[in-house]
Design a protein around this ligand. Sequence first.
Ligand code: DX5
Ligand code: ZN
Length: 227
Amino acid sequence: MLDYIIAPSILSADFTRLGEEVRAVLAAGADAIHFDVMDHHYVPNLTVGPLVCQSLRQAGITAPIDVHLMTKPVDDLIIAFAKAGADWITIHPQATEHLDRSLQLILDHGCQAGIALNPATPWQGLDYVVDKLSMMLIMSVNPGFGGQAFIDVTLDKIAQVHQWRTAHQYAFRLAVDGGVNISNIGRIAHAGADTFVAGSAIFGAPDYAEVIAQMRQILVNQTEQKD
Ligand code: DX5
Ligand code: ZN
């Protein structure tokens, strides 16, 4: 079984103190940083670019950075974020004309590749690119904003992808992004997810370490129930 990963989304961080915020969640027990990039075209919101990712690296942040590109087109930014220090780069299939080429571009630039599936996007049909994937990111909200409510039907999709992964012994991580909190993380893990992106639930909490420890405890209980 894969270890669980908790990846706070910087979207809900205090951007006037981003370096401190990132250090604080890592010190509080986060495993990776989820870096949401929005372009006001593929999604209605606008966030930050490669310069900010590079600044985190230059400030000494060594934790894995998972760049979630909600941009269209996407290929130039894949290259820019790879150069800026991304570890994982996750893209939406709708954001590229040539999914296989964009995934290969991520790999050619030394990063691990992920695909993000919107709530209405079926997971089927990825057989011909699955060998390139290190992560399948199931969106449990429509991309564009932090702080939205988890869409419950996503649990079925996670369970189906988990089943498909198990049947074929694929090694990609099964991540969930949007509306994850301590009330639903147990159910999400039960459905088969192993990687949990959470923005407002972590950065909105008064004590980051406490909420991450609570999440981790729920995940441990979940594992024990399975054994
Ligand atoms: C949504 C982003 C998510 C979001 C998560 O478009 O991809 O990463 O910021 O934030 P919460 O956990 O607040 O839903
Ligand atoms: Zn995201």
